[in-house]
Design a protein around this ligand. Sequence first.
Ligand code: NAD
Length: 456
Amino acid sequence: MKLKPDMIPKKLARGNITVAVIGLGWMGLPLACLFAEAGAKVLGADKNQKLVDKLNRGESPFEEPKLGQLIAKHVSSGKLKSLNNVENAASGSEVIIITVPTLVDNQKQADYSILESACKELGKGLIPGALVILMSTVAPNVVEKIVKPILEKHSGLITGEDFGLAYSPIRAMSGRALKDIQEYKKIVGGFDDASLKAASAVLSTIAKSGIIRTSNLKTAEASKLFETIYRDLNIALANELALYCERAEIDYYEAMKAANTQPYSHLHRPGIGVGGHCLPLYPYMLQTEAQSVGLKLKLIKDARRINDEMPKHVARLAASGLRQVGRSLTRAKVTILGISYRANAKETRYSPTIELIEALKRRGSKVKVYDPKFIFAEIKTMGYESEATIETVLKDAECIILTVGHDEFKELDSLKLASLSAKGCVVVDAAGILKPKEIEKTGMIYRGVGRGVWTK
Ligand SMILES: NC(=O)c1ccc[n+]([C@@H]2O[C@H](COP(=O)([O-])OP(=O)(O)OC[C@H]3O[C@@H](n4cnc5c(N)ncnc54)[C@H](O)[C@@H]3O)[C@@H](O)[C@H]2O)c1
């Protein structure tokens, strides 16, 4: 490899290294901006021409804290240029970072077809001496078995001899991507020692907390799946215990807080399920890989099922509250507060609330959606009924379902909810942020995940 690891940070800071970032989405764009900020020349490549045009005008395609300013700054300084041709971006770069989507198909099998086609294009442009770092989330062995052969076939180059190859997962969440990418340690695995050292040196230019070098590629690949599966399983555990608490008339939150005073107990919060681009997909990626070595991952499958069933459970809580006041979900005016998949994020990918809305509509409810992270027109574009303000969207609601703990919702006042909504309105709190007693004091009916009927 041409790049000498100890020279990389200085060369990059002086603008003498060009970094290509393939896939300018929620993760690729923050990475591209951080490399530009570190001094590199950055060539972004994305097959979406509209996105490329927008970026080259210095505009951000989505809302991510501080991203807009960085894009504007580095487009105007000439450090960040975008194009819609992966081959051209690769042929002009010494370092190529891949951040294209990795998915699961309808059969819940890992689907790397986008990665494969990006690698094909990248291979055609790969120059001798370059370093390729895959950062998309993949299961163990994907770099060795999928990425490496495609790059070699389309470049005519040999890994380790002609170019370097490494893997480093993105450990970030949308809504705080720039911060997470810089602050969490970078886990890096290399095809060989030279690739590992070069990739570590490149990533050290944007990482504030250091690098963890793994002994091989597959350990780095596994680490990303493990940290997300850990969360998915813990949320499933919280959800299952919450369901038990509802039946047993125990307040899950009270029990959770008490249990977590023991240092080995880290019970999570239950809720409407799990969304976003990562947690609902990654367990299946590992499952696909485990099947290939003859192993069934039972716990992972159960956790996915438990989390996936939570939107239906929230609909059942709403139905039970409405029954108490002689109403049913059919024709009920239901206002959903929160469409984001996660508190304080403006993102709806795989949001379990979408599943809830579908379930309610199937039962004949008249559903309106409000989320302070989105403007009214954005929610309408998603195909949902909405209103411009929380006051108007709550007016005459017979059931209010709070799905996510946005800060704005933490300030909701029970008296205000009661005065705006219909008499005997049912409030279902899936986020565990409202005070059941205060809701019931106003004459509204309370239901909550992990609390069920408030009988205390
Ligand atoms: N979004 C997250 O919160 C998050 C967090 C950690 C890791 N990841 C992982 O990072 C990777 C990227 O995720 P994302 O959320 O940024 O995806 P995204 O969907 O936001 O963006 C991906 C971009 O890649 C582009 N693209 C698709 N095919 C392409 C091709 N052949 N050539 C060039 N560009 C192409 C798309 O047009 C899109 O702009 C995935 O593997 C994901 O699992 C995502």
